[in-house]
Design a protein around this ligand. Structure first.
Ligand SMILES: [Zn+2]
Length: 144
């Protein structure tokens, strides 16, 4: 089964979600001059480059909303291929139902797991509910 990634449907947030958690993010919109001479701002961020072999301590990767899809450009290494393949692999994982996805959705799921304290409280509540139901039933029986 091959997975096609619909890049046109991906948002800036989708890209940000796939960055290493340690990455710095700086809001950096991109100015765009329209045909009528007006300038608009396109949402964008600079972050640490994800190209292989580029240890980017001073964020130089610019991600911004292009006309059709998200555009990336590293002002330091300019290694488009490597950045492409970084995101491509991440998105392949995300959109392949058969692969184990380690992205933000998985982390969210993990954090929803209950702690021993929460489990104790839940069981306690369930027991109380059960006892209450039983008491109600007994009371109803007595009314007949
Ligand atoms: Zn780079």
């Amino acid at each position: 089964m091959s997975i096609t990634i619909d890049y046109d449907s991906l948002t800036l947030k989708d890209y940000l979600d796939e960055l290493p958690p340690s990455n710095q993010l700086k809001w950096q919109p991109k100015n765009k001059t329209l045909a009528n001479g007006k300038t608009i701002q396109l949402s964008g961020y600079t972050t640490n480059c994800v190209a292989a072999g580029h240890n980017d301590f001073n964020p130089s990767l610019h991600l911004y909303e292009g006309d059709k899809r998200i555009v990336h450009h590293c002002y330091s290494c300019g290694n488009r291929e490597s950045i492409n393949s970084y995101f491509h692999n991440k998105f392949l994982k995300r959109f392949n139902p058969n692969s184990f996805y380690e992205g933000p959705l998985a982390q969210q799921k993990e954090s929803k797991e209950e702690t021993p304290e929460e489990a104790r409280r839940r069981i306690e509540k369930e027991n109380t509910d059960w006892v209450n139901r039983k008491a109600k039933k007994a009371w109803k029986r007595r009314q007949r």
